[in-house]
Design a protein around this ligand. Structure first.
Ligand SMILES: [Zn+2]
Length: 126
């Protein structure tokens, strides 16, 4: 069983980074939800798109943009949660494919990376 080579203070650092990002994300998702409710009401009331700023997005465009944002936020949230679970299990920071350390600079850039840079390149090349 490979154990993480990251120190407790490093793991703590990434816990903070991930928790902060999660709080941000949940806040954003809450705001998206509110906007979705408003758009749904406008659509339900049959608000005519003609009354909408012709330069701006229509309500249905707004709707698909918001649902797209929500889907992205949900999948990011899943990645965040699984990264936090890996920290708990102390296998955070190790490549899921080769088991080598992912490397701190890469984790700083992508705190929920599951592959080291080499495996990520290989995966992209596939
Ligand atoms: Zn790897």
């Amino acid at each position: 069983m490979v154990t993480s080579r990251l120190s407790d203070s490093t793991l703590q650092h990434f816990t903070d980074v991930l928790q902060r990002r999660k709080a941000e994300l949940l806040h954003q998702m809450g705001a998206n939800d509110e906007s979705l409710v408003q758009v749904r009401q406008s659509l339900g009331e049959g608000t005519n798109d003609d009354e909408h700023d012709p330069e701006g997005p229509t309500m249905s465009e707004e709707w698909s943009m918001l649902t797209g944002l929500q889907a992205e936020a949900r999948s990011e949230l899943r990645e965040l949660d699984s990264a936090l679970e890996r920290i708990e299990a102390r296998d955070y920071g190790l490549c899921a494919a080769c088991g080598n350390p992912i490397g701190r600079p890469r984790l700083e850039a992508r705190p929920y990376a599951t592959l080291c840079i080499e495996c990520a390149r290989k995966a992209e090349a596939r």
